[in-house]
Structure formats: C-alpha cells, structure tokens
Design a protein around this ligand. Structure first.
Ligand code: PLP
Length: 362
C-alpha cells in the first residue's frame, strides 16, 4: 500500500484542461486567435470600473451579485431572481453537473461538444455519452437515441465550440419536448451575442416555459472579460435554489462584478462587436475558401477550417506559428484534420488569410 494520499479514482479519469496557447518562443507579441476572446479587448468603461473598484478591495463582494444580476436582467430582459452568477460559466456548468449528476447517472453531449461537460461529468462520477453529429451539427434524434433511465442531464453548446454550428429554435424545442421532463437540459449559449440567425433562441424561451432547462452565458467572449472570470445561468426557480446552495459563498469577485456591470452599459458594444464579427467572419471564410480550404458555417466568433488530413492541419498550424499566429488545434475534440480560428480585428484576419493562402499555394 502506498503511503501517499490518494484522491477519488474519478480524478484520474480526466486529463488536465489545456486552454488555447498564448506564447510562441522568440515572438514578443504573437497574434492570439486560439481562445475565442472578443476582438476588441475589454470595454473601456469596464477597464475604468475595475480600476475604481480597487479602492474598496478590502470589502468582501456581494455573494448574491444583486447589482450584477439586475444589470444582466435589464440588458437581456430577464428576471434577476432567476439569474445565478459564477466564476465563469464553467463554474455554473460544473455546479449543475455536481448537483444533477454523480455515480450511476448518465450525461449526454454531442460528439464534438464542448470539453468541459465531459471533464466535469467524469469528475462527478457520471457516465458521459456522446451522440453522433450530422454535418458537425448537434443531431437531436441521435441525442434522444442515447437516453436511458439513468440519463439525468443533456448538455448542448449552441452555437457549439469548436464546430461553430447551431441548432435552430424549433429543433431545440423538439429536443426538449421529447426528453423526459426529469432530465435537465443545459443550453450553453456562450456565443449567443454573436448570432445573427433569425431562427435562433439562446434558450431563454425554454427556460421560461418549464422547470427543467437552464441557459448559461458568459462575459468571456463578446464582452471581452475572459480574464475576470464571469458567467451566469438563467434557470427555473427550483434550480436557482439548488445553485444557490451549492455555489461558493463569493463566486464573483468585486473586480469582475464591477467590470461586468460596466461592460453591459458600454454604449453600442454588443452591436458593434456583432456587426464586426459577421462581416469579418464572412470575409475570412471567403478568402480561405478561395484558397481551397473547407470552412464550416459558423454562427459564433470563430471558424472551423478543414485541412483534410491531420498532417496538413499540423503543417498549417506550424506555418501560422512561424508567422507569429496562434490558432487552436482541435484533435482533442476528435477533429485532428481541422483548426479553429478566432475572428480578430480586420488586419488580424487579413494576416491569417494571407498566411494560409501562402500555405495552400506555396
Ligand atoms: C468560451 C466558452 C465558455 C465560457 O466559459 P467561461 O467559464 O464563462 O469563460 C462556455 N462554453 C463554451 C462552449 C465556450 O466556448
């Protein structure tokens, strides 16, 4: 018997999370397009609010995030009483899985779904099942086909990371209608603010229509506050009560709360970020398609680019790195032949497009 402390066996069922890289040896300021961070940095008002907040940093934050929940409710037209804030939406997702999962339960996600569901699910002792996708898009029938009496949770990122594809409102509603009412459906709408598709709903309607659907959202993407760690969930009353029991006493630090409120109030921020993303994404996709690459249609602030083979994807990644550009390899998502590229500023997209055109033609 070893005399070192041993953790629960489930701990070793997962590998440590690897985020998008940010450094390249020998390059002072690489162009980081690997984590889907908003193209414009933090809103100026949020920078000021976080600096001002420093003066009262001896005070504990408001554990219930009252002012922040009010501001989120005002911005999105939601009831603040049904909002729960967390240290990133990852925390809300993890708390839901700890509360509704556990040994003997099954969690269903799609084949190329967001990795946090699998990591948090396994750590909680759930069996994680992955549903086949159609054209790299969540397949409602495939998910329903995996449901068993042990299923307690279904997690869907909409739009999904890393594929960028989305489910229309009617398809999501169909999924909810055919799932047993005691199964929790979590719609992770981290990229909701970027979506322009008329048939999209981030999950609000389903949350409000029942007792078994939760929507999660984040300040890490369009609001440019990934470093502050701030996310939230919108949930039926009974699930809000559960989350308020299991959450840490002070999940949102005072910098994040101040920055988040100011980000919501930044004039024109959402509209400008969304409009830029749509046109820059279209232009970059066109240029890469002209270079001979397949680009999957994306509703989010990144594109998934198909290089046909994993060798070619790795060679393209090396080529980009040689030019100081970091994108995301997605082999861990079962897509070794693809790279995921975040939509940056116009000049940043132009650099990526030129580098990949050179890769394809040179
Ligand atoms: C980026 C991302 C998040 C955001 O997580 P935070 O913890 O709020 O930074 C959540 N879900 C998906 C699918 C994402 O891509």
């Amino acid at each position: 018997m070893s005399n070192a402390p041993a953790p629960r066996a489930a701990v070793f069922s997962v590998a440590p999370y690897v985020g998008g890289e940010s450094k390249l040896p020998g390059i002072a300021q690489p162009l980081k397009l690997s984590s889907n961070e908003g193209a414009f940095g933090p809103p100026p008002g949020a920078i000021r609010a976080m600096a001002d907040a420093a003066a009262t940093m001896h005070r504990y934050p408001d554990g219930g995030s009252v002012a922040l929940r009010q501001a989120i409710g005002d911005t999105f037209g939601l009831d603040p009483a049904r909002i729960v804030c967390g240290n990133g939406s990852d925390e809300i997702i993890t708390l839901l899985i700890q509360s509704y999962g556990g040994p003997g339960t099954e969690l269903i996600m799609s084949a190329h779904g967001f990795s946090i569901y699998e990591i948090a699910g396994k750590l909680a002792g759930c069996t994680v099942k992955k549903a086949m996708e159609t054209d790299l898009t969540t397949d409602v029938d495939a998910i329903l086909g995996l449901v068993t009496p042990q299923t307690t949770q279904v997690f869907i990122a909409n739009p999904n990371n890393p594929t960028g594809t989305m489910l229309k409102q009617a398809d999501m509603r169909c999924l909810r209608e055919h799932l047993r009412p005691d199964i929790l459906l979590v719609i992770d709408a981290a990229y909701a603010e970027y979506v322009e598709h008329p048939d999209y709903d981030p999950g609000t309607a389903l949350v409000e229509a029942g007792t078994n659907t939760v929507m999660t959202r984040t300040f890490s993407k369009i609001f440019g506050l990934g470093g502050a760690r701030l996310g939230w969930g919108y949930a039926p009353e009974a699930i809000v009560d559960v989350l308020n029991r299991v959450r840490p006493p002070f999940p949102v630090n005072a910098f994040a709360a101040a920055g988040g409120i100011a980000a919501l109030r930044e004039p024109g921020w959402l509209e400008q970020g969304r409009a830029h993303n749509t046109q820059a994404k279209r232009r970059l996709s066109e240029r890469l398609t002209q270079a001979g690459l397949r680009v999957y249609p994306s509703a989010a602030n990144f594109i998934l680019v198909d290089f046909t083979t994993s060798e070619r994807a790795i060679a393209a990644d090396e080529h980009l790195r040689g030019q100081g550009i970091i994108v995301r390899r997605v082999a861990s998502y079962g897509l070794p032949h693809c790279l995921r590229i975040t939509i940056g500023l116009d000049e940043e997209c132009a650099r990526v497009a030129a580098a990949l055109a050179e890769f394809c033609h040179g």
